[in-house]
Design a protein around this ligand. Structure first.
Ligand SMILES: Nc1ncnc2c1ncn2[C@@H]1O[C@H](COP(=O)(O)OP(=O)(O)OP(=O)(O)O)[C@@H](O)[C@H]1O
Ligand SMILES: [Mg+2]
Length: 357
């Protein structure tokens, strides 16, 4: 990569690689993260998210590759020289210190005078609505308040980069939704370039300007949440985003049609013949009448009323297929169900899992 393309990114990772013995945790990762961007690194457990974040923070040394922050090559710099702040999954607050001491710690190690330190901690704590808890220890406040204290500690010395490693995973579902909105709002307000690691696709979609989806140490796709959702480039990405994720039905492409178990769907564009996967999001299917042209036959597996929608699961050949019906009524279903798909909404992947169109 030349210096010109480096300037496009505020955080630039170039061929970043980390081996732990025989384990390749991060494998030739290239990324350009813009200044002020909220960037999510999304992927399943063990795919290398935390290692990537620790490499950016300087807590690990790469096996190969370079890291640039703000145009500066920081690969050989120690963490403190990088001007980044990291919020860990377990918050890593010091249990024997009060919240005041915890939040003020980054200022203390930088030699900020006590009076100034206390004033700055108060200011940040007010902002995060934990100012009346500063005399308490972490064990004397709730999980949500500990999480805010950890964020306050990251904010206190005005870093150039925020690194978040699954910061919401210790919160219950309701607090997590609140904390999501709060962090997104805060990041916009302070405008600090943020890399946010999560294995929760909904969290990544909801919070980030752009997402990188990672599998086995490699980046599979980068884009805006909706671009990645609407046009996944591989079956792995397709199956990782969405709740429930995209349905993938194995079959064959033949004479301009997709041939699946008990159905044929004509395709608008011609594709080479061969084994393939038909991908359909659960919200792009609807129930059809028995034997309707192009309908997919299945056996009813489960019906789950979720409130604003009903989730119907059907067995189609060897796979189960999910359908989201946006109705408050429970559908009357027999054993046999027929599913209709809008042909303009289907995704096709070749036998190797790569997107065909
Ligand atoms: N210090 C280490 N020594 C040896 N192997 C490690 C070390 N740290 C991570 N690994 C391995 O590297 C791979 C990536 O780990 P990493 O912690 O980055 O994954 P992750 O995406 O953060 O997963 P999770 O979602 O479970 O936190 C895993 O196979 C892990 O076992
Ligand atoms: Mg991790």
């Amino acid at each position: 990569m030349n210096s010109e393309s480096r300037e496009n990114g505020y955080i630039v990772l170039q061929g970043l690689t980390k081996h732990f013995g025989l384990v390749v945790a991060v494998d030739r990762v290239d990324l350009n993260i813009a200044q002020g961007e909220f960037f999510a690194l999304l992927g399943p457990s063990g795919c290398g998210k935390t290692t990537t974040l620790r490499l950016i923070a300087g807590l690990e040394r790469p096996t190969a590759g370079r890291i640039f922050i703000g145009g500066r090559d920081v690969t050989d710099l120690v963490p403190r020289e990088r001007d980044v702040a990291m919020v860990f999954q377990d918050y890593a607050l010091y249990p024997h210190m009060t919240l005041l001491e915890n939040i003020g710690y980054p200022l203390k190690v930088r030699g900020v005078p006590r009076k100034k330190l206390v004033a700055r901690v108060r200011e940040v704590a007010e902002h995060l609505k934990i100012a009346d808890l500063l005399d308490r220890r972490p064990s004397q406040v709730s999980g949500g308040q500990q999480q805010r204290a950890a964020v306050a500690r990251a904010l206190v010395h005005e870093p150039k980069v925020f690194l978040f490693d699954e910061p919401l995973s210790n919160l219950d579902a309701k607090l997590r939704l609140e904390a999501r909105a709060f962090l997104k709002h805060l990041q916009r307000e302070v405008g600090v370039t943020t890399v946010y690691v999560t294995h929760d696709q909904a969290e990544a979609m909801a919070m980030a300007d752009r997402i990188a989806v990672m599998f086995a140490g490699r980046i599979a796709q980068v884009g805006s949440p909706l671009d990645v959702y609407r046009e996944p480039m591989t079956v792995e990405v397709a199956a990782f985003l969405g709740n429930p994720p995209m349905n993938l039905i194995p079959g064959r492409l033949e004479g301009g049609e997709f041939v699946g178990p008990g159905f044929r769907i004509p395709l608008s564009s011609t594709s080479p013949s061969g084994e393939a996967f038909l991908g359909i999001r659960p919200e792009h299917l609807r129930l059809a009448e028995r034997g309707e042209t192009g309908a997919i036959p299945g056996r009813l597996y489960a019906v789950q009323p979720l409130g604003p929608e009903v989730l119907v699961t059907a067995q189609v050949g060897e796979v189960t297929v999910s359908v989201r019906l946006f109705t408050e009524e429970l559908p009357h279903l027999g054993d046999e169900v027929w599913l209709l798909v809008d042909p303009s909404r289907v995704h096709l992947f070749d036998s190797g899992g790569k997107r065909i169109r």
